[in-house]
Design a protein around this ligand. Structure first.
Ligand SMILES: NC(=O)NC(NC(N)=O)C(=O)[O-]
Ligand SMILES: [Zn+2]
Ligand SMILES: [Zn+2]
Length: 446
């Protein structure tokens, strides 16, 4: 009889294709067998009767800010929060860490931190900034997922946004490497001009801030990047699209044969301008939250297969930087949400809008694995990595600050009631989170 490290028995196994009751046998970090009534013994057997068993989520967009800005988050707290949220792999953004990931030396620094501290699988975006086109090749050779550029100011002094000339040159280089450019697509001209007008008139409410970063600003930047993609052949991934109107522009380009994909984030599907008004800085991000009709339209885009991936864009900061008294142009733009993506998708998607579980798995695990060529990840099947999360769909809970594993225990999702609770998260066969506790063997004393 075969001996395994772990057997997960009798769960409802969800993949992008189907949901089937069965067992999963794991050894040496890999899924060895998936099937009904598997034979064999194991060091540990988890009874998953009544639970759903999903591939661990792949969060393609987080800012963990390490090295250099761990007072905002860090790889230990950041990765723990992911484990608690059922996420087993993350792609860390090149900015907010200091130094930013814009050359191999800096990438090596970040890798060393993650190797020491992360309890889930790390991957890295490289940055494209006006100063580093000569470094892209080496970053690519050292395994970055792709390159992230800002088309408008990033809010971080050591990560400059790209002017049109740099982005064009960068895209030529990235195309020659066969890699992909991820863009923060907002128009500097539109946002800067509108913000200046508003502030001159003393208009600084949440609504004023949102109006200074309108959907057309995203559309303008996306249209420009599409033109450059068509001219250079560079593959493009638009991050955090806040509206279906942005997605429609991308769809039209896809239909012409442009290799362009799109991410949206849980907060654009769960929160509105009203939350920004009520919760203040906790709900401030760029592009900003939109109104309810936009949220519904974005869900329609999700249901219709128009979105490739859903990420958190976890961009945390200390409470002092998130406090807005009356000027919404002040205060850090970035949402703390890494722990809640699956909760949002289950509560707002599966339960409220009948979005099938299989689609949630596709958007949060299978699609990102395929798009970014992560071998052995993104589904539950023989030979794949044993990156898995177990969820109880019957359990509801109200999210409390003390439930959060972030360095700063705040989030616009606090106070919301979610249905569907993560019970365990397994990374390469090791249970790293179980019943509300981190159980990973990796211990960090930093
Ligand atoms: N420097 C950041 O972390 N920026 C992030 N901030 C947001 N989304 O508000 C982002 O992804 O643009
Ligand atoms: Zn961004
Ligand atoms: Zn981001």
């Amino acid at each position: 009889m075969t001996t395994y490290d772990l057997i997960i028995k009798n769960g409802k196994i969800v993949t992008a294709e189907s949901t089937v009751q069965g067992d999963i046998a794991i050894k040496d970090g890999k899924i060895q067998e998936v099937g009904q009534s598997l034979e064999g013994t194991a060091d540990r057997v988890i009874d998953a009767e009544g639970l759903h068993v999903l591939p661990g989520l792949i969060d393609t967009h987080v800012h963990f800010n390490e090295p250099g800005r761990t007072e905002w988050e860090g790889l230990e707290t950041g990765s723990r929060s992911l484990a608690a949220g059922g996420v087993t792999t993350f792609f860390d953004m090149p900015l907010n860490s200091t130094p930013p990931t814009i050359n191999k030396k800096n990438l090596d620094l970040k890798k060393a931190c993650a190797d020491e501290k992360s309890i889930v699988n790390p991957r890295y975006w490289g940055g494209l900034v006006p100063e580093n086109i000569a470094d892209l090749k080496e970053l690519h050779e050292n395994g970055v997922i792709g390159f992230k550029a800002f088309m408008s100011p990033s809010g971080i002094a050591d990560f400059n946004h790209v002017d049109d000339e740099t982005i064009f040159k960068g895209m030529k280089e990235i195309a020659s490497l066969g890699s992909r450019l991820a863009v923060h697509a907002e128009s500097t001209v539109i946002c800067d001009q509108l913000a200046e007008e508003k502030q001159k008139q003393g208009k600084t409410t949440a609504r004023d801030f949102v109006e200074s970063r309108p959907i057309i600003s995203e559309i303008e930047a996306v249209r420009r990047i599409i033109s450059y993609a068509e001219a250079t052949g560079c593959k493009v991934h638009v991050v955090h699209a806040s509206s279906r109107k942005v997605v429609e522009v991308i769809r039209a380009a896809q239909e012409r044969g442009v290799d362009i994909t799109v991410e949206t984030c849980a907060h654009y599907l769960a929160l509105t301008v009203k939350d920004l008004e009520e919760k203040g800085g906790l709900a401030k991000c760029c592009p900003p939250l939109r109104d309810e009709d936009e949220v519904e339209d974005l869900w329609a885009a999700v249901a219709n297969g128009e979105i490739n991936v859903i990420a958190s864009d976890h961009s945390p900061a200390p409470a002092s930087m998130k406090t807005i008294t009356d000027n919404y142009f002040e205060g850090w733009g970035g949402i703390s949400g890494a722990q809640s993506t699956l909760n949002v998708m289950l509560t707002e998607g599966y339960f409220k809008r009948n979005l099938p579980l299989e689609k949630i798995v596709a958007l949060t695990a299978t699609n990102p694995a395929k798009l970014f060529e992560l071998d052995g990840k993104g589904t539950i099947a023989k030979g794949y990595d044993a990156d898995i999360t177990l969820v109880n769909l019957e359990e509801s809970f109200e999210l409390k600050n003390e439930d959060l594993f972030y360095r700063h225990q705040h989030s616009p999702y606090v106070g919301m009631t979610f249905k569907g609770k993560v019970k365990s998260t397994i990374v390469a066969g090791e249970v790293v989170f179980e019943n509300g506790e981190i159980t990973a063997s990796k211990k960090v004393n930093a």
